[in-house]
Write a protein that binds this ligand. Structure first.
Ligand SMILES: NC(=O)c1ccc[n+]([C@@H]2O[C@H](COP(=O)([O-])OP(=O)(O)OC[C@H]3O[C@@H](n4cnc5c(N)ncnc54)[C@H](OP(=O)(O)O)[C@@H]3O)[C@@H](O)[C@H]2O)c1
Length: 222
């Protein structure tokens, strides 16, 4: 396994499937994870459940409220997509100077098709960066199903495209991503491309519904 620096990582809305799965996976490889929720008791209950399931493998999980989770140098926004903008507005002061990670896919479902709902700045990520002008916003994990993170007995199989305008922040997130065995981190460029990832999430979910499958992203080299 490649060497990596264990990091302190905050997750807002860590009680949902995506946040909890990602938190457990990050803790299992040695990161310290501030497991955030709007309600500390809810975070404690979720962490107790994960520790009952995985034991010492998730010792690095620390239950807390979302404000406390912003104490980490890298903060992942795992609240439901509708609540990302109000949440970053509420935490903007605490997130100043931090690497802030959007994984939000703001989607609507019309029958057996999903579509991305894109805000005025063109993507949820760009909208967040416009609000958090003192933070370094990156995006990642858009296409990784929560269930893939959650089962620590199964190795990951996805590729993760990381985007961001700040080179150092993007590289830091790629290092965190690559600290999870078999999760390949790929540099997809600046936040301008976030529209592509958020929209492709709608395409991927549509494929999954129409073909009755559970696909994630893996790029092949030819
Ligand atoms: N699920 C997936 O497979 C997947 C895959 C890729 C990307 N994503 C993205 O990851 C994010 C989380 O997905 P999810 O499925 O885990 O979401 P979720 O279960 O719908 O919500 C996650 C958490 O958001 C918090 N929340 C709910 N309403 C809120 C509000 N009004 N204000 C602030 N926080 C609120 C809740 O935490 P508390 O009650 O503890 O505060 C909840 O547990 C989304 O942006 C989604 O697009 C998901």
């Amino acid at each position: 396994m490649e060497q990596f620096r264990p990091m302190r990582i905050g997750i807002l809305g860590a009680t949902g499937p995506a946040g909890a799965g990602l938190a457990a996976r990050l803790a299992s490889v040695g990161h310290e994870v501030l497991f955030g929720s709007r309600a500390v008791d809810k975070a404690k209950t979720a962490v107790d459940q994960l520790q009952a399931q995985w034991g010492e493998r998730v010792n690095g999980l620390i239950p807390c409220d979302n404000a406390w989770a912003c104490d980490a140098p890298v903060v992942i926004l795992a609240v439901n997509a509708d609540s990302v903008i109000p949440t970053v507005r509420e935490q903007a002061e605490r997130l100043a100077g931090k690497i802030v990670v959007s994984m939000a896919n703001n989607l609507t479902r019309n029958g057996n098709e999903f579509n991305a709902v894109l805000p005025p700045h063109g993507s949820v990520a760009a909208e967040i960066q416009a609000l958090l002008w003192r933070s370094r916003v990156v995006t990642a994990f858009h296409l990784v199903p929560a269930a893939e993170f959650a089962d620590l007995n199964h190795s990951m199989e996805s590729d993760v495209v990381v985007l961001g305008d700040d080179d150092e922040a993007r590289e830091a997130l790629m290092e965190i991503t690559a600290s999870i065995p078999n999760l390949r981190a790929l540099d997809g460029g600046s936040l301008r491309n976030a529209v592509g990832m958020e929209t492709f999430a709608a395409v991927l979910l549509t494929i999954n519904v129409r073909h009755k499958m559970k696909a994630s992203l893996r790029l092949t080299t030819i």
